[in-house]
Design a protein around this ligand. Structure first.
Ligand code: F2R
Ligand code: MG
Ligand code: MG
Length: 349
């Protein structure tokens, strides 16, 4: 059945929150057996269990700020977004933020600060962060801008408020592009989807700064394109082990080690997979598989959830999961409001 655009919008934001909430259980774990993942997920369906609500982490806390800022300002406004990040952190600092980014969030709270991109530039001895914190919150950008060039531009700017290394902000660009294409229905042709992402990222990584950052960090030229080519190779194989995915794509806190991985999770789970329950739909498979990789599970599941949710729509997320995730209902409302903004805009918001 065809999925409505509104359902895709809601599916994207809500599944990203669900990925964050259910993924928190395994964040940082090296070896996560699939049966533990399935036990965790089936526990969500058992209403008699008193485990309560699964809380969201920094991923959702910052994604909400991005969505609320875009809605209030009817587009990207760096001052407003920066203020919201700082306020959110000051009200709830215990959401599991990255060790470095908290310094940026404290500096952003200063009323004397005129250049809101400056604190991010001072991170890591002036090299800037390459963490996945810009990417984990990038989905709402794709839910506001229709034009792919705008998605690229504002996903980059939104991430630069905390991540000034090109590996950090380009990870956010890739994530927003993946959500954008998924909203357009491009996952119906997986090979086209990955080829389009490679073409877009070739443009993005041509940039002088991106080239020099890759060199300084001892990475291959065009590092995101290189990873996306590996995603393509893995897609072509009949059987892929978890170990192979981790080795080829990574499962870590760096954007380069997690954004292409999240994209692979979505592509791999378009079809039923051995070890995953037959009654699972594609979205449930994607979340379960993301958790089974271990490492930065909340963030990989959050990013994979945002891409998969935009493909399958809101009805693909089990009600029993939604009920157990803090912030899922609010994400639904935010997505409905973003959809209204998206359809009322003419050219650029
Ligand atoms: N922080 C976590 N998880 C750790 C455990 C949390 C635990 N559950 C708890 O509650 O205590 N998760 C969250 O952080 C990730 C997003 O991080 P972000 O926003 O990118 O932060 P940061 O600090 O900028 O970067 C993360 C780390 O990456 C390394 N790093 C980044 N750039 C670097 C550079 N240029 N040189 C060297 N290292 C660099 C550092 O270790 C940073 O601390 C998400 O997983 C989110 O869920
Ligand atoms: Mg987190
Ligand atoms: Mg994480």
């Amino acid at each position: 059945a065809s999925v409505s655009q509104l359902s895709r919008f809601c599916g994207s934001l809500v599944a990203s929150v669900v990925g964050d909430c259910v993924g928190g259980e395994f964040e940082g774990a090296e070896d996560v057996p699939l049966d533990r993942v399935l036990q965790h997920l089936s526990g969500l369906e058992d209403e008699t269990r008193g485990d309560g609500i699964l809380q969201y982490s920094d991923d959702t806390a910052m994604m909400r700020c991005v969505a609320q800022s875009l809605l209030t300002r009817m587009g990207f406004d760096e001052q407003d977004m920066a203020r919201r990040f700082a306020k959110e952190y000051s009200l709830a600092p215990g959401r599991g933020y990255g060790a470095g980014v908290v310094q940026v969030l404290r500096k952003l709270a200063s009323p004397q600060l005129s250049d809101v991109f400056q604190p991010a530039r001072a991170q890591f001895g002036g090299r800037g962060s390459f963490g996945n914190g810009g990417a984990m919150r990038a989905a709402p950008i794709a839910l506001v801008y229709r034009n792919i060039a705008d998605v690229r531009k504002y996903a980059g700017f939104g991430a630069m408020l905390t991540h000034s290394c090109s590996l950090g902000y380009n990870g956010a660009v890739l994530q927003a592009l993946a959500v954008h294409l998924s909203l357009q229905g491009d996952l119906a042709l997986p090979q086209n989807f990955i080829n389009k992402l490679i073409l877009e990222m070739e443009e993005v990584e041509k940039d002088e700064t991106a080239r020099s950052d890759a060199k300084v960090l001892n990475l291959a030229e065009f590092p995101y394109c290189a990873r996306l080519h590996r995603v393509k190779e893995l897609m072509e194989k009949n059987s892929v082990s978890i170990e192979e995915v981790i080795l080829e794509l990574g499962n870590g806190i760096a954007a380069l080690e997690s954004v292409p991985t999240a994209i692979f999770c979505v592509l791999h789970c378009l079809e039923p997979r051995e070890g995953l329950p037959e009654h699972y739909g594609g979205l449930e498979r994607t979340i379960a598989y993301s958790l089974a990789l271990g490492g930065d599970t909340d963030t990989i599941a959050c990013m994979a959830g945002a891409i998969a949710g935009a493909h399958y729509g809101i009805s693909a997320i089990p009600q029993s999961w939604l009920k157990r995730c803090e912030g899922a209902e609010e994400a639904h409302h935010l997505a409905e409001r973003l959809y209204k903004l998206y359809i009322t805009q003419t050219e650029e918001v």
